[in-house]
Design a protein around this ligand. Structure first.
Ligand code: HEM
Length: 618
């Protein structure tokens, strides 16, 4: 009998039985035995029609034999009991799915039945009472929240419009790593901070700036780690919902304390934004918080967006987005360092596309097929959510011919499917080449490979994760060679959690490999990317007289906003609807002036016509 799973549980209330005398203990023991007999009767009758699984004990069900590494433990169960099996988690039925065909049945054929979540007590607390997107039951409110995320926050055009924020944060990390050249660096921690800064910049970057944002970033790192730990504690309240009220282990109590810290930050941010909006300040720096508050004011009265839901959504973005992406980048770095051949191929591809005398731009990413294959392979072998986020059927139904009761907790073991030898050749080997033929994608249509899930509850952050992962990993391996500190060995052991992480943090030493130290500093001082400028003439030598097509071709290479040096003057080229709106609508008054050419000055009687006159009373 394995009691490993109970260690955190025992640790969380060691005081329980210590308070009682001998008689009290005897009474409790007799009641306990009677209760067990009753439960035994119930359980032996309650497995009828359910999938096969290990024999449960009265009261505890199969909790006594759970291993904390749930993903590997569930994979071993499926070896014995087949692709659908059951466990008794105290009073709750757990169903484990471990085949593409059954995953399809749950996530596609019976998608609407399984679109609910099994919300743990800690999750209920951290989502402001199930008011976020992750835990909200499938229905009109979930649809409204999902629309807000997909359309207003994480769509491709919104992400395009804030690419400069990603660049700023990533360049800052590269600059920091350069300052640590030759010294050990905690890679995961650095990537966590980078992704977190990008996300918080998008959320309220226009609301707060500089040092204030940095100190909030540090505060968040502690709080997010604490939340992940509280969600991963095996909690009696989840296994025996009838006893949830007692909160024996104090998980909910601890979560309330953590939430208070978060809430204070959110309140300050919302307050600050509302003040700016009232005074008409900061209209030019739109962030998600501003968008959300506007949506709240303009929402359909039948489906209003409340302040609590806004805070819960902010919480999803911060907690869900940062560690998922940064953990995946850390695994990628470990796997790549383990396979020098992969690192060499990756660096070669980057040298061809970017060059050693240039920095990686986000616009390079679509020209890097090997990097894309590396990302897919990392998400195959270490899927960030190895059991997805548990689904919960809204009615009793059958899957694979077995009964799945309403309210059970359904785990889809995507980790095991991604390592199934009948699907993957040498499944435990890290081999990006298997993805080079573009046969597999993670859009959720293929149940052999679905690291972001599938169906209605598929991840909303796929585009964001893809951009951050590829851009960060490309910059890390393009800018530096990496080695382990003396005497350290490389390992890629996993530690289970709702978000999979590396058991031991990856600590590695960066050695700069670019031609010019200036490439590690923010040498373009935040300007958009663009072709290399020559001294004095800038980019004049390469201008094509057909400016409209030439600029279009530049935007293919450098993205929707790029720069050119016309001699001493800076030219900025905008090539996306979102950025055109930013210039011509959101920041209309700032951009309402003209850049008057010498000939125009002449032909307008010295800038006196409507075409060339500066914006103002005249
Ligand atoms: C490598 C990065 C990531 C991976 C592998 C990943 C994977 C997943 C998976 C497997 C699910 C659950 C699907 C299901 O239950 O069927 C999910 C849900 C979700 N993810 Fe991600 N995710 C990543 C990054 C992100 C980012 C960057 C964000 C936001 C900024 C995000 C926000 C969410 C949200 C809000 C949900 C819940 C959606 C719903 O229930 O409707 N994720 N993700």
């Amino acid at each position: 009998m394995s009691l490993k799973f109970f260690k955190p549980l025992f640790d969380s209330f060691p005081w329980l039985l210590q308070q009682l005398n001998v008689e009290q203990k005897a009474v409790i023991f007799s009641c306990f035995l009677g209760f067990l007999a009753l439960l035994w009767f119930f359980i032996s009758n309650s497995n009828k029609g359910l999938p096969p699984g290990p024999k449960p004990l009265p009261l505890v069900g199969n909790l006594h034999s759970l291993d904390p590494q749930l993903h590997t433990y569930f994979a071993s169960l499926s070896q014995t009991y087949g692709p659908i099996c059951r466990l008794w988690l105290g009073k709750k039925v757990g169903i484990i799915i471990t085949s593409p065909a059954l995953a399809r049945e749950v996530l596609k054929d019976k998608d609407t039945i399984f679109a609910n979540r099994d919300v743990p007590a800690a999750g209920r607390e951290f989502s402001y009472g199930v008011n976020d997107l992750l835990w909200t039951p499938y229905g009109p409110k979930w649809r409204m929240l999902r629309k807000v995320c997909v359309r207003d926050m994480l769509s491709c055009s919104t992400l395009d419009s804030v690419f400069a924020l990603r660049k700023r944060e990533l360049r800052q990390s590269i600059k920091y790593l350069y300052s640590r050249k030759g010294l050990p660096v905690n890679v995961g921690e650095q990537m966590f901070l980078t992704v977190l800064n990008v996300i918080t910049s998008m959320l309220w970057g226009g609301t707060m700036t500089g040092e204030e944002r940095a100190s909030v970033g540090a505060e968040f790192r502690h709080v997010v780690t604490e939340i992940a730990e509280l969600i991963s504690i095996p909690n009696l309240s989840d296994f025996y919902p009838g006893m949830a009220w007692f909160d024996f282990q104090g998980v909910v109590k601890k979560m309330k304390v953590v939430l208070k810290r978060f809430d204070k930050i959110f309140e300050t941010m919302i307050d600050q934004r509302q003040k700016l909006d009232r005074n008409g300040v900061g209209q030019e720096s739109k962030d998600f918080l501003q968008v959300l508050l506007k949506l709240k004011d303009e929402a359909d009265p039948k489906m209003p967006l409340s302040m609590t839901e806004i805070k819960a959504l902010l919480m999803d973005m911060v907690t869900g987005g940062a560690s998922s992406t940064s953990n995946a980048i850390e695994f990628a770095m470990a796997e790549i360092m383990n396979k020098p051949d992969v690192l060499r191929k990756l660096q070669q591809e980057l040298e061809t596309v970017v060059g050693k005398d240039n920095i990686v731009e986000e616009s390079h990413i679509k020209e890097l097929p090997y990097l894309y294959a590396v990302m897919k392979e990392v998400l195959r072998i270490h899927p960030t959510a190895p059991l997805m986020v548990p689904h919960c059927p809204s009615e009793t139904c059958t899957v694979g011919g077995y009964t799945v009761p309403k309210g059970s907790c359904v785990f889809i073991n995507v980790w095991a499917i991604h390592r199934d030898p009948s699907i993957w050749k040498n499944p435990t080997e890290f081999c990006p080449e298997r993805f080079l033929d573009n046969k597999w994608d993670y859009s959720g249509n293929d149940f052999n490979y679905f690291p972001f899930g599938s169906g209605r509850r598929i991840c909303v952050g796929i585009d964001m994760a893809e951009r951050m992962f590829m851009y960060s990993l490309a910059s890390l391996v393009h800018s530096f060679d990496w080695k382990l500190p003396e005497g350290e060995t490389l390992e890629v052991t996993e530690k289970f959690g709702i978000i999979l992480k590396k058991k031991m943090p990856l600590v590695a030493i960066p050695t700069p490999r670019l031609s010019n130290p200036a490439l590690y500093d923010n040498s373009n001082k935040g300007l958009p990317p663009g072709p290399k400028a020559l001294p004095l003439i800038g980019n004049l030598h390469s201008l094509d007289p057909e400016l409209h097509t030439y600029f279009a071709s530049l935007s293919q290479t450098y993205g929707p906003i790029c720069r050119l040096w016309h001699g001493k003057k800076l030219g900025i080229i905008i090539t996306s609807p979102a950025l055109a709106r930013e210039v011509l609508k959101d920041k209309d008054t700032i951009f309402a002036n003209r850049d008057v050419p010498a000939a125009g000055r002449e032909f307008s009687y010295g800038g006196n016509n409507i075409l060339w006159t500066p914006y103002g009373p005249k």
